[in-house]
Write a protein that binds this ligand. Structure first.
Ligand code: NAD
Length: 330
């Protein structure tokens, strides 16, 4: 079967080829899917999409008209796909529910440690021959209270790792996980209490109508002065302008993000020769206590192979007209 792989990155190729074993004809397209690029899928039966591809109503309509009947997401999140429209058009949609929650959880903790111990500043200083320690004081993670918003696959692993550091764990989730309570002593409470009591606050809920701008002026006001805020989930969970105000006043002590609400068209791409037009991220980049990575939390060899294996399995299922385990619309 012929499938168009949008937002293709060359680091994915060996993993996709190993999984595919030439079963499907994969058309690699290094641009993002949108209304104008949807024409590149002509002649294909399926599209394979990534997090910033636009599978909104009009784009799905256009894909459907050119014969696409299957959307295989190479991601766990599916907030970029209009599922209602897909169902209406009779298009099946599958995803990769869990490719490596470890990858994302470990990157989350890497952001915490790098911000806390000021690793970027230390590295840059040493590159300049400056071996002084002034301004590099961190804090012990041991004994600090870490608040985990969303204790699903990734949030649970963050809890497990932080428990190893000796953090006190509190959490908020619509569906509490008793195992985290018994194994790591995590205490579930409401969102506001987690905001009030956390030294480190880390976000792991999906982006939906309820969680959009969960972190805003009001929730920031509840937090402890000097709080460390980490977001490796989806940019839209955080009102970035409100965070910038709190960084300017010094109220937020550290901000680590792997996702940004306006990341489409920016993240995953080399813009080093361009003029940066996004004033919000430009301002964020000026703070020494902000660490930004470009949606790379998933980027481990294990995760890439799992993504490739599940995506090819999903294409196999579609071709054989059987339901895939990870189907969200059929
Ligand atoms: P998951 O479905 O296992 O866990 C999400 C948890 O959030 C669930 O326990 C759910 O009950 C909870 N939740 C949902 N809505 C909530 C709400 N309104 N209030 C409180 N809790 C709520 O998902 P996961 O695999 O742990 O992934 C979490 C998120 O991480 C994904 O949605 C995705 O956006 C993001 N992610 C990011 C990367 C990356 O590379 N940065 C990679 C994979 C996933």
């Amino acid at each position: 079967m012929k499938a168009a792989v949008f937002s293709f990155h060359k680091f994915e190729k060996p993993f996709l080829e190993k999984a595919n074993q030439s079963r499907h004809e994969l058309v690699y397209i290094d641009t993002r899917l949108n209304l104008s690029s949807s024409a590149f899928a002509a002649g294909c039966k399926a599209v394979c999409l990534f997090v910033n591809d636009d599978a909104s109503e009009k784009v799905l309509q256009s894909l459907n008209e050119s014969g696409i009947k299957f959307v295989a997401l190479r991601s766990a999140g599916f907030n970029n796909v209009n599922l209602k429209k897909a169902k209406e058009l009779g298009m099946r949609v599958a995803r990769v529910p869990a490719y490596s929650p470890y990858a994302v959880a470990e990157h989350t903790v890497a952001l915490m440690l790098a911000l806390n111990r000021k690793l970027m500043r230390a590295h840059n200083r040493i590159a300049e021959g400056n071996f002084s320690l002034d301004g590099l004081t961190g804090f012990d993670m041991n004994g600090k209270t870490a608040g985990i918003i969303g204790t699903g696959k990734i949030g649970s692993l963050v809890a497990k790792i932080l428990s190893g550091f000796g953090c006190n764990l509190i959490g908020y989730d619509q569906y509490p996980n008793d195992e985290l309570v018994t194994k790591y002593g995590l205490q579930y409470t409401d969102f506001k209490t987690v905001c009030k009591n956390s030294d480190i606050l880390t976000l792991h809920t999906p982006l939906n109508d309820e969680t959009k701008y969960l972190i805003n002026r009001n929730s920031i006001e509840l937090m402890k002065a000097g709080v460390m805020l980490i977001n490796t989930s989806r940019g839209g969970l955080v009102n970035t302008r409100d965070v910038i105000d709190a960084l300017k006043s010094g109220y937020i002590g550290y901000f680590g993000i792997d996702v940004y609400e306006e990341e489409e068209g920016l993240f995953f791409e080399d813009h080093s020769e361009d003029i940066l037009k996004d004033d919000v991220i430009a301002r964020l980049m000026t703070f020494r206590n902000v660490l930004i990575t470009s949606h790379q939390a998933f980027l481990t060899q294990t995760a890439l192979q799992n993504i490739a294996d599940t995506t090819i399995y999903n294409l196999d299922c579609f071709e054989k007209n059987v339901e895939c385990k990870s189907e969200i619309v059929n």
